[in-house]
Design a protein around this ligand. Structure first.
Ligand SMILES: Nc1ncnc2c1ncn2[C@@H]1O[C@H](COP(=O)(O)OP(=O)(O)OP(=O)(O)O)[C@@H](O)[C@H]1O
Ligand SMILES: [Mg+2]
Length: 424
């Protein structure tokens, strides 16, 4: 039972940490069914065990109870004094026995009930949680979207207070690649999570193909959107199932095809059991680049009209980097793509770069224009994208002197930039 519980807990933990992926792919039901199955089994066993242990507990207590002894001792004395007949004692004794068991049982039950109530309370608290976004009753079925995405004067803050987005407006036309750039923590991930309605804006609205996304069926909206997120989330399951998560009805052949396009087929076939290899906590560990390619395959399989790529901040070796770049190309074709750029090639490929700073869009345009006209972009570009990696072989003493690096306004900024480049 313990073991089963551990499994349930692991599944649950995994489910909770993967919840946005589950939502993004509208797989709530599928995942819930899986969860219910694994919980049911554990609960059944647990109940059995509890009944058995309760029974055992009761009988042992009753047997060992000193009550009857005391009763007989006292009863005998009474008989000798003539206040009680032997028959009376025997009858009384057997009646009292009837009482012992149930009393004990009631106490035990009370104990279990108390324990269960505590657990129930927590469960109901969870169940009572209101979803952050609600679907309107009269929501429309948008069908396949073209992917004309407009953010109109959107403001947003998390419950914690600070305004993360402040009057953001931007447009991505069907098929365009829009790159979002800005310092870490500026709100890029937050901005793109408004598109699949993980959150609703406080002010302003998000339109797709001219319709406010709050008027669309949530599921159909999300069916149109594919996400490759900053941290790839894979379930403890086979490679095949992880890819198939993008579209549950997909055939094995379609899964393989998607993996091929995502440059993942080759390394998958080299795994011990190919597509049937278990990955995740209980199975083979994959590298960051391999995980990302599986996530890309998942998104390719989904064939969304809007694609959100939150590029990983972690640096990959140049070979994986190239493989991923290649994997992304077929994925971005003919889709509206929002890409949170951390790679040089991404910003250069984009149809439009949107620069975020202090919760606002400070500039939009092509790389060459922005580099001329937008100081925020220029600094980001020089620091994040252009920054030549400091090779490990170069001893620290040979670091460039302050005059050789991009001019910076303060010592703190210089340190920050330098430390970042060292991390790379
Ligand atoms: N779920 C959340 N609840 C509360 N605050 C959050 C949440 N997610 C992000 N934030 C805060 O919102 C701000 C913007 O975060 P966000 O993840 O959008 O940044 P980002 O631009 O994607 O950064 P990075 O480039 O490092 O990924 C940060 O200050 C962050 O601490
Ligand atoms: Mg982010």
């Amino acid at each position: 039972v313990r073991e089963r519980y551990a499994n349930v807990q692991k599944d649950l933990q995994e489910l909770l940490s993967g919840i946005s992926i589950i939502k993004a792919f509208s797989r709530e039901k599928h995942t819930a069914i899986r969860m219910v199955r694994s919980t049911k089994e554990a609960v059944r066993k647990e109940v059995k065990l509890n009944i058995l242990s309760a029974l055992a507990g009761i009988s042992s207590t009753v047997i060992s109870a000193a009550g009857p002894l005391v009763l007989i001792w006292y009863g005998c004395a009474e008989i000798m004094r003539g206040y009680l007949t032997v028959g009376g004692l025997v009858a009384f004794n057997s009646f009292i026995r009837y009482l012992f068991g149930p009393t004990q049982a009631l106490m035990n039950i009370n104990f279990s009930v108390q324990r269960s109530l505590a657990a129930c309370q927590r469960i109901f608290e969870m169940l009572d949680l209101q979803p952050e976004v609600k679907e309107k009753k009269e929501a429309v079925e948008p069908g396949r979207l073209k992917g004309d995405v407009v953010l109109q004067d959107v403001s947003f803050s998390y419950d914690s207070g600070d305004r993360i987005l402040d009057g953001v407006s931007l447009r991505a036309r069907p098929g365009q690649i829009v790159a979002l750039v800005g310092t870490s923590g500026v709100g890029k991930t937050t901005l793109v999570s408004l598109i699949p309605r993980f959150y609703d804006p406080e002010q302003g609205r998000v339109l797709i193909d001219g319709t406010d996304i709050r008027d669309m069926r949530l599921r159909s909206l999300r069916d149109n959107i594919g996400i490759v997120s900053q941290e790839t989330f894979l379930f403890s399951s086979t490679v095949r199932e992880n890819i198939r998560f993008g579209r549950l009805g997909a055939t094995d052949q379609e899964v393989t095809e998607a993996a091929r396009l995502a440059q993942a087929h080759e390394f998958i076939t080299r795994l011990p059991e190919g597509y049937d290899t278990q990955i995740g906590e209980r199975g083979v560990k994959l590298s960051g680049g391999q995980r990302q390619r599986i996530a890309i395959a998942r998104a390719i399989l989904r064939n969304p009209s809007i694609l959100i790529l939150d590029e990983a901040t972690s640096n990959l070796d140049s070979e994986s980097e190239r493989a991923i770049q290649q994997a992304l190309r077929p994925l971005m074709k003919n889709r509206t793509t929002f890409v949170i750029a951390h790679r040089l090639s991404t910003v250069l490929d984009a149809d439009k770069i949107v620069v975020l700073d202090g919760g606002k869009v400070v500039a939009q345009g092509k790389h060459s224009e922005l580099y001329q006209s937008c100081p925020v972009y220029r600094r980001l570009y020089d620091e994040q994208f252009l920054n030549p990696r400091i090779e490990e072989e170069i001893p620290i003493q040979q670091q460039p002197s302050a005059s050789e690096v991009t001019p910076v306004e303060s010592v703190e900024e210089f340190d920050h930039g330098y430390l970042l480049s060292l991390e790379e």
